[in-house]
Write a protein that binds this ligand. Structure first.
Ligand SMILES: [Zn+2]
Length: 120
C-alpha cells in the first residue's frame, strides 16, 4: 500500500522514464498511459471495482487496500502472463477479503456494523 501511496509502483510510465524500452499503454485497458493514478483511479478495471463514497471511512479504507492489491496483481498478471481476470471474479476475491476482515475484527468498535454497510 505504501508503495502505491508514494507512487513507487514500477508502472510502465515509470519503467519508460528509467530508459526501459516498454510500451507505455496500460496493461489492462490499453487506452491510456499506465501510471499509478490511471491504474488506481481511472482505469476501467479499477472503476468497475470501486465502492460507494458514502460508505463508512473504515470500510472504504479496507476496500481501497483490497482494491489496490487486486488491481496491481491483475496488472502484473497481464504484464507477465498476458492473462486478464474478469472484474467480477476479482470482485469476488475482494468481497471475500472484506468479509473475512470484518469478521476477524467484529468485536472492535470501529468494525461494528461494517458488515451491514458492506452487504447493502
Ligand atoms: Zn487502464
Amino acid at each position: 500500500m505504501w508503495v502505491t501511496n508514494l507512487n513507487r509502483l514500477p508502472t510502465r510510465d515509470r519503467l519508460s522514464s528509467w530508459g526501459m524500452q516498454v510500451p507505455t499503454a496500460c496493461c489492462i485497458c490499453s487506452t491510456n498511459p499506465e501510471s499509478r493514478d490511471h491504474l488506481m483511479l481511472s482505469c476501467s478495471f479499477a472503476l468497475t471495482l470501486c465502492s460507494s463514497p458514502s460508505a463508512p471511512m473504515q470500510l472504504r479504507m479496507l476496500v481501497v487496500q483490497a482494491l489496490v492489491y487486486s488491481v496491481w496483481r491483475q496488472r502484473n498478471n497481464m504484464f507477465h502472463n498476458q492473462l486478464i481476470t474478469p472484474p467480477l471474479v476479482v470482485f469476488r476475491d475482494i468481497n471475500r477479503h472484506v468479509i473475512n476482515t470484518i469478521n476477524a475484527f467484529r468485536t472492535r468498535k470501529k468494525f461494528k456494523d461494517l458488515m451491514i454497510f458492506w452487504l447493502i
